[in-house]
Structures are given as structure tokens and as C-alpha cells.
Design a protein around this ligand. Structure first.
Ligand code: SF4
Ligand code: SF3
Length: 540
């Protein structure tokens, strides 16, 4: 196996025997083969579009299948065998319907399940010998994986855009061709543009379904009733769970990326939606053990499952772990059936308390815009000198304490804008406020990163600036998995420069590709805390 798609790639180069994430060689080569046959499906779908016979089911299928391959989403070999089989079947049906033939291996390979491991090993990322082309192809594929996750979330809530699916198809198909470095770079940039569209669509889907997030205090302590812990990013799953557990005597707690759900008006009406439990994804083994009740993983991030809570863990959607109970998809127009989780919860003791207090969330774009006059005044008077965007992912690496230290070292005139689980490095610190505006504004999940771009674009308009880089905003982004890659590409598309990216630069950036990003966008690695804080406050 060889995998270097996340920030925790072994030794900063790639995992070759087993993933730090827990991905085994079996799963890694299945991921590689699934992506390979999806490229074949994309080639056929592209031909169908060219002939004026597009198949509308291909885009959503690709989005779901790619979602399953993002880091920490799915570790279940049986699910991947089924996905590979379904991809080949879909590709073959579309070929047959068009009477299309091709001698490209991605389009013709038809091996049995027993051949998957060998084929996956043959078609992995190292099969491209040129390190720059490999780097650009993988950057594009990882961007599309992130886009796929956001697109699937929007589709679950009923919003889809054909141009997003068309780009995914075009991008996957393009990675099978011998394109020049310039052509590949252009596709990577286009990926960022379509990423903005996908993020805006998801924002629309979330806010249409559940209202605009509002400033909300979320409790960190626990009650005396049994609980269900819901993790991941899927708000529709949360909605179904809240509805079905009404009057069950069970409380619902959020974990990790589900925390910002408390800020949606639609969820505030549930009295049994009581608080947030624990921290970012990577501490789940001890936190899930202490929770005592069932845990529902709606999306990434799952870490290797421990015996202490294995029989209380459930996956759903594109997530999976071998041997862990999986809740089936909702029937058309219906709801998922969470009754087994609710029944189990009733038999469990209440959660063991980990901490007490409250944290504030709900600063998505509408809430920030509601405070726009105050914010603009504070900038004009100099009470706010700088906004620092510290969004993205959290992870295990101890170097990530950098983000806690930066949050603490920033001067009083700096406001932090965050989204994603990166926030857990500083969201429990008392950072105070500036004339009533909290110094930490949490816009939500990584899925809500659109808010960060929206706020920047609105401020640019209010201040009458021509260039987004003239705003008093610095970017100090933490990344881990592929959704952070599409957010990064989206920011680059919007013209944002001087982004600090950490805790390490992606292993999949070859020296030449990294050089292009540095020369064109002044992307830089994180450095010394005090030096970075001083530089950011000086707009560098
Ligand atoms: Fe390694 Fe990350 Fe790939 Fe897992 S996802 S195998 S940790 S590079
Ligand atoms: Fe986190 Fe996995 Fe990226 Fe949604 S939950 S931001 S890492």
C-alpha cells in the first residue's frame, strides 16, 4: 500500500504498511481500486455527456463513493467490495446503453473480487512515475473527494447542482490522460472554483432546512439521564435522531464536528438536545468509553474501535467499521430507523462527566452580518486590528499545540474566526471579547467554511476594497483530511494569499508543485508561534 492523502502520512511521506489512521493494506488497495474504477465510470459518463445522453445518476453515485474513501470515514472491506462492484456494473451498463467501447483499462477492467487486491496494488498513486504529475493528480483527486463530501451532504438535504457533478466527472477522467503540468494546474484551480459553488450549495441546504445559526451557549457537562452521542457532520441524521428520541427519556449529546448543530433554530426546540461531550475526533477512544451510552458516527472521523464501546457504536451513511452495527439509508422521502440505538440507550448508565461549563458557537455568516455595524466600527476605531482565520481540522500530532499557543499569544485586538474541528485546540480558552464581540467566532463545522469566505467577501465590499488581501485578515489554517483540501483550493480561487498551512505541508505536494503554490499564492508552513503572531498582526 501507499497512501499520503492526509496530514498524518507516516514520516511526512506516506503510509506503506498500515495507516496511522488504522487503514489496513486491504482497505488501502480497495480505496485505490475504487478510485480507479470511478475514473473509468467518469470516462464513460463524459462520453455519454458528449453524445447528449448524460446519466444523472452517475454524479451522486461518484460523490458517495468518493466520500467513503476520505480519511477516517470507512474501514469496512465488505462495503468497499460492494462499492467497486457497483461502480463496475454502473460503468458497464452505461457503456452498453451507448454502445461505447474503449481500450482504456479503467473502462474495461472487469476482474472478480478475488482479483481486487492485486489490481488495487497495481493502480495506486505510485503507478504514476512522474512525481509532479502524480502530485497534481492527487491534489485534484483529494480536492474532488472533499467536494464530494460537501456535495453529498447538500444532496441529502435535497439540493444538487449538475455543474458540480459534471466537474467531478471531468476531473476524474482528466487524471487518466497525459496532460501537461499547466493543464493539470488549471484543473486544480478550477476545482477550487467549483469547490466554492459546492460549499455555497451546502450552506444553502443547511440554512434552508434548519435556519441560520444563532449565537448559542452549549453546555459541556452531563445530566442524570442516559445519553446518545452523535458525531460526524450529517445534520439530517441528527434531525431524525432528535425526532425519534423525543419523550424516550434519553438525552442527545453532540461530539466533535456535531457541536455547531446546537446553533440551528430548528434544533433548539428539542429539550432533550442537551450539550456537547468531549473534544475533536482523535480523542474518541477514551471519550466514547466514558460516555457509557450508544454513539452514532454519521461521517468521518472514526478511529480504530476499542472493545470498551464496540457494542455501543453505530455507523451510518458512508461510514463503516467491520463488525460495527450499520444503520441503513433512509427510504425515499422517509427517515432512518434509529430505534435500535434509542432502545440500547435506555439500558445504559448516564455519561461520566468529563468537564463542566459552556462554550459559544453559532457565528456563521448571517449572525456575523447581524453584528456587521459593530464589527465595522470596531475595525474603524482600531479596537479590532486583525481577524485571524484558524479553521480546518484537528489531529493527533503534538505540534498542533501551536494553534492553542497562537490563540493565546494573539493580542487583545485580534479576533479569531474558526470552522471545523481545529477549534478544539482553543475553543475552551477564555479569550474574552472586544466591546461585546467575542474574540473567538465559531462559524461551525468544516462544512460551514463557506461562512469564512462569505464574511471576508462582505467585509471587502463594506470597506470598498479591490483585493481580498487588503482586508485585515490572516489565514492560519490547520489541515488533516481532504475536506480541508477543497476549502484550501476554494480560498486560493477567491484570491486569498499568504495562507499559513500546518502543522505540516501535504506529503503529496512534490517540491515543484509546492514551489508553484508558494510562488503564486505565498502559501507558507507554520513556524515559531511568536514570530507568526507578530507577522500576522503586521499583515505578513
Ligand atoms: Fe496514512 Fe493518512 Fe492515508 Fe491513513 S489516510 S493511510 S494516516 S496517509
Ligand atoms: Fe475534523 Fe475529521 Fe477535518 Fe470536519 S472531523 S474537520 S478532521
Amino acid at each position: 500500500m501507499f497512501c499520503f492523502q492526509c496530514e498524518e502520512a507516516t514520516k511526512g511521506t506516506g503510509c506503506t504498511t498500515k495507516g496511522i489512521c488504522g487503514k489496513t493494506e486491504t482497505i488501502a488497495v480497495q480505496h485505490d481500486l475504487l478510485v480507479y474504477v470511478l475514473k473509468g465510470l467518469a470516462l464513460v459518463a463524459e462520453e455519454a455527456q458528449r453524445r447528449g445522453q448524460p446519466d444523472a445518476s452517475v454524479g451522486p453515485f461518484i460523490a458517495q463513493a468518493l466520500f467513503a474513501t476520505i480519511t477516517n470515514a470507512n474501514f469496512d472491506a465488505a462495503r468497499f467490495n460492494a462499492l467497486i462492484q457497483a461502480t463496475i456494473a454502473k460503468r458497464n451498463a452505461l457503456k452498453a446503453a451507448m454502445g461505447f467501447s474503449s481500450d482504456q483499462d479503467e473502462v474495461t477492467w472487469n476482474g472478480p473480487v478475488s482479483a481486487y487486491a492485486a489490481k488495487g496494488a497495481e493502480v495506486g498513486v505510485l503507478s504514476q512515475p512522474d512525481e509532479d504529475l502524480r502530485s497534481l493528480r492527487e491534489l485534484l483527486v483529494y480536492g474532488v473527494k472533499g467536494m464530494a463530501a460537501y456535495t453529498d451532504h447538500a444532496a441529502i438535504l435535497g439540493l444538487e447542482k449538475p455543474e458540480i457533478y459534471a466537474f467531478m466527472i471531468k476531473a476524474l477522467a482528466a487524471t487518466t490522460r497525459e496532460l501537461s503540468l499547466e493543464e493539470m494546474t488549471a484543473l486544480v484551480m478550477e476545482c477550487g472554483a467549483v469547490g466554492v459553488t459546492a460549499m455555497a450549495l451546502l450552506d444553502e441546504a443547511n440554512t434552508t432546512a434548519y435556519g441560520h445559526p444563532e449565537i448559542t451557549q452549549v453546555k459541556l457537562g452531563v445530566g442524570t439521564r442516559p445519553g446518545i452521542l452523535i458525531s460526524g457532520h450529517d445534520l439530517k441524521d441528527l434531525q431524525d435522531l432528535l425526532e425519534q428520541s423525543l419523550d424516550s427519556g434519553v438525552d442527545i449529546y453532540t461530539h466533535s464536528e456535531m457541536l455547531p448543530a446546537h446553533a440551528y433554530p430548528a434544533f433548539k426546540k428539542y429539550a432533550h438536545f442537551v450539550g456537547n461531550y468531549g473534544n475533536a475526533w482523535w480523542q474518541q477512544d477514551t471519550e466514547f468509553a466514558a460516555f457509557n451510552g450508544p454513539i452514532l458516527m454519521t461521517t468521518n472521523c472514526i478511529t480504530p474501535v476499542k472493545a470498551a464501546y464496540r457494542d455501543r457504536l453505530y455507523t451510518t451513511g458512508m461510514t463503516g467499521w467491520p463488525g460495527v452495527q450499520h444503520i441503513a439509508d433512509r427510504p425515499e422521502g422517509g427517515a432512518k430507523d434509529f430505534s435500535a440505538i434509542i432502545e440500547q440507550a435506555k439500558t445504559c448508565p448516564p455519561p461520566t462527566e468529563l468537564e463542566q461549563g459552556e462554550i459559544t458557537t453559532g457565528f456563521a455568516h448571517a449572525q456575523v452580518m447581524a453584528l456587521a455595524d459593530q464589527v465595522v466600527d470596531a475595525v474603524k476605531t482600531g479596537a479590532i486590528k486583525r481577524f485571524v482565520v484558524m479553521g480546518g481540522c484537528d489531529g493527533r500530532h503534538k505540534e498542533r499545540s501551536y494553534y492553542t499557543d497562537v490563540a493565546q499569544a494573539l493580542p487583545q485586538e485580534a479576533v479569531i474566526l474558526t470552522a471545523g474541528c481545529a477549534k478544539y485546540r482553543f475553543n475552551k480558552l477564555d479569550l474574552g471579547d472586544i466591546g461585546g464581540i467575542p474574540r473567538l467566532l465559531d462559524a461551525g463545522q468544516c462544512n460551514d467554511s463557506y461562512s469564512l469566505a462569505f464574511i471576508a467577501l462582505k467585509l471587502k465590499e463594506v470597506f470598498g476594497l479591490d483585493d481580498i488581501n487588503e482586508l485585515p485578515i490572516s489565514y492560519d489554517i490547520a489541515w488533516y483530511e481532504q475536506k480541508a483540501i477543497i476549502v484550501l483550493l476554494a480560498l486560493l480561487h477567491l484570491g486569498v494569499k499568504h495562507i499559513r498551512l500546518g502543522p505540516t505541508l501535504p506529503a503529496f505536494l512534490s517540491p515543484n508543485v509546492a514551489k508553484v503554490l508558494i510562488e503564486n499564492f505565498d502559501i507558507k508552513p507554520i513556524g515559531n508561534v511568536q514570530e507568526d503572531v507578530t507577522a500576522m498582526m503586521a499583515a505578513a
